[in-house]
Ligand binder design. Structure first.
Ligand SMILES: [Zn+2]
Length: 151
């Protein structure tokens, strides 16, 4: 799938492992196959935007811990850029660990609430075996991701 391949490529370009961060979550939004937003989590620095998401969407956990998840960062960026969200846009979420392996990145409970609150339901996320899922079926991408892991 084109949007998954694009997200994987972009994520590896952005992936820069450091001591403080164990998991690197990335989220991408697509209008058709056009990438319109790309974000990363930030587990080390709080952000006013993350707090605002908690406040605007009634997610107390994001007010108590205003750290961006890749998905909340994405929604924030989409709202800043476009003012509203088109439910036809697709979202791809993935995680890379410190060693460069793709691991599961099923959106957490709060991000799920957020994504459905803004009407985003076309969501693909990485699985622990390095493939992707749309919540129903598996989308295999190993032939695409393996060469990139070697980099
Ligand atoms: Zn989350």
């Amino acid at each position: 799938m084109k949007i998954i391949t694009k997200t994987i490529r972009k994520a590896y370009n952005h992936w820069s492992p450091c001591k403080e961060i164990r998991c690197y979550h990335f989220a991408a939004a697509f209008n058709g196959t056009k990438l319109i937003s790309f974000t990363q989590n930030n587990p080390i620095k709080t952000h006013a935007g993350a707090y605002r998401i908690g406040e605007n969407f009634n997610l107390p956990k994001y007010k108590e811990h205003p750290f961006y998840h890749a998905e909340s960062h994405l929604v924030s960026q989409l709202l800043d850029r476009y003012n509203s969200i088109d439910p036809n846009w697709s979202i791809v979420v993935m995680r890379i660990n410190r060693r460069g392996l793709i691991l599961g990145s099923k959106p957490c409970e709060n991000c799920n609430k957020l994504l459905s609150a803004v009407g985003l339901n076309d969501i693909y996320y990485s699985t622990d075996d390095g493939n992707f899922s749309d919540g129903y079926s598996l989308i295999q991408v190993e032939e695409l991701t393996m060469p990139m892991i070697m980099v």
